[in-house]
Design a protein around this ligand. Structure first.
Ligand code: HEC
Length: 159
């Protein structure tokens, strides 16, 4: 019976891996405030960080499809919770939603605003050292930021 036990152990290990990571509380906290935030924190950050969805901009129909796709991959919640998730995502990460430059994760700044990896790193470093950026003018002072590119994205950045 030994070989069987081995297989069982591997299954248990895989199961543990699948359920392992408790959501990173910092990642949860940095989500925009509003109805549905806690539910998204509870349901959507167990397998990947928020960058996976914060880098997207979709309308509610598209979010609804993404959430259904995640349910197929193993995300679980009640129908009501899933509706709240879709409403939250459509409101905060809808087609015209700005990038909250002080709380956005790497992937969101990179993908939505099109800054280079180096520029995004510089913004995150600056944020870490100096605290929240207060204005667009302050963003332009971050070392290495391309002012022309930033200017073109100005309306999509919020502080
Ligand atoms: C059971 C695990 C799991 C949970 C929970 C989960 N996801 Fe995912 N998600 C995945 C996997 C796996 C991928 C694909 C991995 C990759 O691209 O690296 C993914 C990718 C994504 C993507 C990118 C889509 C793509 O096609 O690349 C989005 C958007 C997303 N998830 C949103 C969500 C949202 C919103 C929730 C909460 C409702 C959620 N996820 C919960 C497993 C999960």
């Amino acid at each position: 019976m030994k070989p069987k036990r081995g297989v069982k152990t591997i299954h248990l290990m895989l199961l543990a891996l699948a359920c392992a990571p408790a959501a990173d509380q910092k990642d949860v906290a940095s989500l925009p405030d509003g109805p549905g935030k806690e539910i998204v924190g509870k349901i959507c950050l167990n397998c990947h960080d928020s960058g996976k969805f914060r880098k997207a901009r979709q309308d509610s129909e598209e979010w609804s499809e993404s959430v259904a796709d995640m349910v197929e991959r193993g995300a679980s919640g009640t129908a009501g919770e899933m509706d709240a998730v879709v409403a939250y995502l459509a409101k905060n990460f809808g087609p015209d939603a700005p990038v909250r430059i002080n709380t956005a994760p790497f992937a969101e700044i990179r993908v939505v605003l099109g800054f280079t990896v180096e520029e995004v790193r510089a913004i995150l470093d600056y944020r870490e050292k100096n605290g929240p950026l207060k204005s667009f003018e302050e963003l332009l002072k971050v070392p290495g930021i391309d002012a022309v590119k930033a200017e073109a994205q100005k309306s999509r950045i919020s502080f």
